[in-house]
Ligand binder design. Structure first.
Ligand code: AMP
Length: 552
């Protein structure tokens, strides 16, 4: 019986939707889908807390599509009108939502039409599409409001369903005033789904604005998968140099395999790390708010296709400059906060696929940030690892994160990663050499060069590649930036430098597969093959730092 309840077939969904679900390989509904879909189909307003990667888009997209099919396929022929509005905080999320809707509607594509107006193109280019009254409009609050005010869109007599996705970000990104104005353009009665990763004050305020007697789904699940799916480790690093040394060893010795996201605290740190890895011929992409939105989407698409192994990213708490964040807090509707906000969101809402590990190279600034970073791996039913580098001054913050995770119902929190730093002491002089080459000037130049190139790419992406989508694959984002001189001898790791205890298990990464597309590890083998999960050093006392200096 339980089995029967946990199936899409028993939810009363249209056969064409069930076919699309089968095409996507979704065997059974996720927890949030199982709880939300039947209530949504009954016409209830929903306030739904759904964790990162929980399948929340499907949870509202399926009842949304079912409602459209009911309305359009019923006995009386109804006029073509905009029935559904989905509000999202970022363009990236807008694209993703429409892409998910298209996939789920692939067997009824003739009957339902969508438009994403969150993109950067001119409003006048979107006008003719809106004039055709697509069934679903997806967009950021400010762009939708602009269309309403320009009379390109009217919802007053037709809106049946409003969805607020990543609702906690909608207010914090400075959309508050726009949202309030937008609500004046909506009819008195419509159904609303409010999806949010957290229930904070902003969500409470939104709830009062848009929901009528909602059912609240605060599902009894932690925000992160359990330890059978997500392994969480922490490793103490005594110095900044130790962090670089450890990362060099982990990547070069292939102790972390598959696709990895490296989180750092600032944009400059993105480039410091990219240039550092470049010294060892380890290609990595940089992803941050400074890059044009087309480039960011392209990087993620290529990463998902397996073109790159490593992305160095900042998370949204640090995407905005501190003063903009403060401005955004005090005066949420301010233009600066708005622009930054619309452009932000590397860690939130974007769907990275098949990420085998997240490395917190810099400690996450908050519990929320930790959860969102770690939530980039172990998505759907794939296994994953989150490894956090912790310096001595960050112990208190670590304790806070662990307490929050235990409070969330996780039995096990961040396990100490049993790694003997002295085993990799032989690599320290190379690491130091590489760190020295990455000067402040080199970082500044790399940052400028990357923006210039990405702006160019972005233009190319917009025009030429629209007509030649195949050529998109030729454009790579992990090319060396080279402002720091790369020493060729650092590319390879001689056998004698590989720690003896590791010689049997590791295969040093020598970067020759740089331009070859890598296949993700099959999910069933990942847990066994990833040495991060399976390998253990025997515990020994750490060498004292003074002694270590001498040996290097
Ligand atoms: P979301 O939380 O909506 O961003 O979804 C996260 C990922 O889970 C997406 O890649 C979806 O395709 C996938 N997904 C959603 N629902 C299911 C399901 N019922 N079974 C398996 N994967 C799913």
């Amino acid at each position: 019986m339980a089995e029967a309840e946990a199936s899409f077939a028993h939810m009363g969904l249209d056969a064409r939707l069930l076919q699309a679900i089968a095409d996507l390989g979704w065997g059974k509904p996720t927890t949030v889908q199982e709880a939300a879909i039947p209530l949504a189909l009954e016409g209830k307003d929903l306030l739904c807390r759904a964790k990162t990667g929980s399948g929340k888009t499907g949870a509202y997209a399926l009842p949304l599509l079912q409602g459209l099919l009911n309305a359009k396929m019923g006995p009386s022929v109804s006029a073509q009108v905009v029935r559904v509005l989905v509000l999202v905080p970022t363009r990236e999320l807008g694209r993703q939502v429409v892409s998910m809707l298209r996939q789920l509607a692939s067997h009824c594509a003739r009957h339902v039409r969508f438009v994403d107006v969150s993109g950067s193109e001119d409003m006048s280019a979107q006008r003719p599409i809106l004039m055709e009254k697509p069934d679903v409009v997806v967009g950021t609050p400010s762009r939708v409001l602009a269309h309403l005010q320009a009379h390109n869109l009217s919802l007053q007599d037709s809106l049946e369903l409003l969805v607020l996705d990543e609702a906690d970000l909608l207010f914090s990104f400075g959309f508050e005033d726009d949202l309030k104005r937008l609500l004046c353009h909506l009819p008195k009665i419509y159904q609303t789904f409010l999806m949010s990763a957290t229930f904070n004050e902003d969500v409470q305020a939104l709830k009062e604005l848009v929901l009528h007697n909602p059912v609240t789904l605060k599902l009894q699940e932690s925000q992160l998968p359990d330890s059978s799916q997500l392994s969480q480790y922490q490793i103490r690093c005594e110095t900044e140099e130790d962090k670089f040394l450890l990362l060099y060893a982990l990547l070069k010795l292939s102790l972390v395999r598959g696709k990895v996201i490296l989180f750092v605290s600032t944009i400059d740190r993105c480039y410091r790390l990219k240039l550092f890895l470049e010294q060892f011929s380890i290609p990595a992409c940089v992803l941050n708010s400074e890059l044009p939105v087309q480039s960011r989407c392209h990087i993620i698409t290529q990463f998902n296709k397996g073109f790159y192994d490593y992305i160095v990213a900042t998370d949204e708490q640090h995407l905005a400059e501190p003063e903009v964040l403060q401005q955004g807090k005090k005066k949420k509707g301010s233009k600066a906060a708005k622009i930054k906000g619309q452009e932000s969101g590397v860690a939130r809402g974007i769907d990275f696929q098949n990420v085998s590990a997240v490395i917190n190279f810099d400690f996450p600034p908050s519990v929320e940030s930790y959860i969102h970073r770690a939530g980039r791996t172990a998505r759907a039913s794939n296994p994953g690892t989150a490894l956090t580098f912790v310096s001595c001054s960050e112990s208190a913050q670590l304790a806070k994160i662990e307490a929050a995770l235990v409070g969330e119902g996780n039995a096990v929190t961040l396990q100490p990663y049993q790694f003997q730093m002295e085993e990799i002491e032989g690599l320290r002089y190379r690491c130091r050499d590489a760190m020295r080459s990455v000067t402040k000037q080199a970082i500044k130049e790399a940052r400028l060069q990357e923006i210039k190139e990405e702006l160019l790419n972005s233009e190319k992406l917009k025009t030429y590649f629209e007509d030649n989508p195949r050529d998109l694959n030729l454009l790579r984002h992990d090319q060396p930036l080279h402002p720091a001189i790369v020493k060729p001898h650092l590319r390879n790791m001689p056998e004698y430098l590989v720690p003896s205890s590791l010689r049997a298990v590791v295969r040093p990464f020598i970067g020759k597969q740089k331009y070859r597309r890598r296949k993700p590890l099959p999910s069933h083998t990942k847990g066994q093959q990833n040495p991060l999960r399976s390998f253990r050093y025997t515990k020994r006392k750490l060498q004292n730092p003074a002694k270590r200096k001498k040996t290097s």
